[in-house]
Design a protein. Structure first.
Length: 474
């Protein structure tokens, strides 16, 4: 049997005949709704029916509109006429296939999957399946299942990267991409007693591991994306990005190490006056009804015990009101900060319980993270939800609506999570200031001193141009 035979394979699935052409087939149901079948390069050979001739096992991926990406294993019996396809076996949705082999007339499939309650982006176990195509219908049995953390990483790890802070700096930002089961280690020299934090901006399934020899602050199996601790020993600490994410993932990581003797969190306040920086002039966009133009400042990833307070101080200085999209688990431990937000005329909105990526999240997990956050905010919550990373899938708006929530995104962000200079943050806001503009900034998730200072600069200039500052969600 030749590869060309597989590229034109014909098989039946759920009563429908699928005919591949050049290894692909598309079944359209009208509009954007379609199923797409794609033959993969992973193929196994061996005798499946005991006739002494090699048969073939094909791997086909079925991508369906809005519902999933299913991996099909298809036994193809060599009948001398291009092959006779057996009934396909679906071995999982959004999984990672490892290998397919033919052993003793059965097909052995090794794949990486997740527990039933896990988000689709997170891989947590390896399974070995045995498929027997000899009977009228394929018989499937799970012959082995192991948690991912019990397995030896495939290795070798990616080369280690040394992090050296710029003179006078207490932190650094790094970024990269990582594949499933890879580990990227960053080395940073820190002394005992220094306060350390690492904040990872990445999809679920990409975690942090922080350790120095036997001193383990956070293990990659504990699923942390934010680590904060007073380190117990001096030396080259290894901060490792560990991926159990199904597929390639982009990430950014902010690392901060406070000077010895500092208390965490740092009681920092902006020391640079907005008057010290010259910002470009921009014309004021007039409204059609003669009222002063309005912009909506929104803040994500808080509350933070220091930076949210500083943001509130700056907003009060310019009589500005805003909306804070808060992380529920942080709101739970900082109730006074949450109450201050409300007392000063700002509004609260939902940013999930643990900053989960909502795209691909199972319904039960979606309901939990959104519902718990709404519950902790209680009557102070508005009807707005902002998905972390702005990440949506086909179900996000529908499921949010069933919670009585409306998804709110933004018009412009100056990328303050990357900690650019304050003048760049302010300049970006001024460049995009138009009546009705929605701005995204961050009061949590990492060091935000530049955000606080840039906000002060921007509000001073926008106030002089006659802008109003109102909450987006009310």
């Amino acid at each position: 049997m030749e590869w060309e035979d597989l590229e034109s394979l014909r098989f039946e699935l759920d009563g429908e005949i699928i005919q591949l052409e050049n290894g692909q087939a598309v079944v359209s149901y009208g509009g954007a709704s379609e199923d797409r079948y794609t033959l993969q390069n992973r193929v196994a050979q061996g005798d499946l029916n005991g006739d002494g001739y090699d048969d073939v096992v094909a791997h086909i991926v079925l991508s369906t509109a809005c519902t999933g990406t299913f991996h099909l294993v298809v036994g193809v019996i060599d009948n001398g006429k291009g092959g006779e396809a057996q009934a396909p076996v679906s071995v999982g949705d959004r999984i990672v296939m490892d290998r397919i082999e033919v052993r003793d007339r059965t097909v052995e499939v090794v794949l990486f999957d997740r527990e039933p309650d896990e988000p689709f982006t997170v891989i947590s176990r390896r399974q070995m399946l045995e498929i027997d195509f000899a009977g009228p219908e394929p018989a499937v049995a799970v012959i082995d299942s192991q948690p991912l953390e019990s397995l030896t990483p495939p290795g070798p790890d990616l080369p280690e990267i040394d992090i050296r802070f710029d003179p006078g700096a207490i932190g650094a930002i790094v970024a990269g991409s990582i594949e499933f089961r890879q580990r990227q280690t960053y080395t940073v020299y820190i002394s005992a007693g220094q306060w350390f934090s690492a904040e990872l901006d990445a999809p679920l399934g990409v975690w942090l591991d922080v350790r120095l020899e036997d001193h383990v602050v956070a293990s990659g199996t504990e699923r942390f994306q934010h680590v904060q601790a007073e380190l117990p020993a001096t030396g080259p600490w290894k901060v490792t990005v560990v991926s159990a994410h199904a597929g390639a993932a982009e990430y950014k990581m902010a690392i901060e190490a406070l000077p010895p003797g500092s208390e965490y969190p740092p009681a920092t306040t902006p020391t640079e006056s907005p008057d010290d920086v010259e910002l470009p002039d921009h014309s004021l966009a007039p409204t059609t009804d003669g009222t002063a133009p309005v912009v909506y400042f929104t803040f994500d990833d808080g509350p933070h015990p220091v930076y949210t307070t500083q943001v509130l101080d700056v907003l009060a200085k310019y009589n500005a009101r805003a909306t804070f999209f808060v992380v529920g688990s942080l709101a739970e431990v900082l109730p006074r900060t949450i109450q201050r937000i409300v007392d000063e005329g700002h509004t609260l909105a939902n940013h999930t319980w643990n900053h989960e990526n909502l795209a691909g999240l199972p319904r039960e997990a979606f309901d939990d993270t959104v519902g718990r956050t709404q519950a902790i905010l209680g009557s102070r919550a508005t009807n707005c939800l902002r998905p972390p990373y702005g990440s949506l899938d086909a179900f996000t708006r529908e499921w949010a609506s069933e919670h009585g929530l409306e998804v709110q995104t933004w018009d412009f962000t100056p990328g303050d999570w990357l900690q650019p200079p304050a003048v760049e943050i302010a300049q970006g806001l001024l460049d995009h200031a138009r009546n009705g503009a929605i701005f995204l900034l961050h009061d949590g998730g990492g060091p935000r001193a530049q955000t606080v200072l840039g906000l002060d600069m921007a509000l001073q200039e926008l106030s002089s141009r006659g802008f109003r500052f109102e909450p987006l969600c009310t």
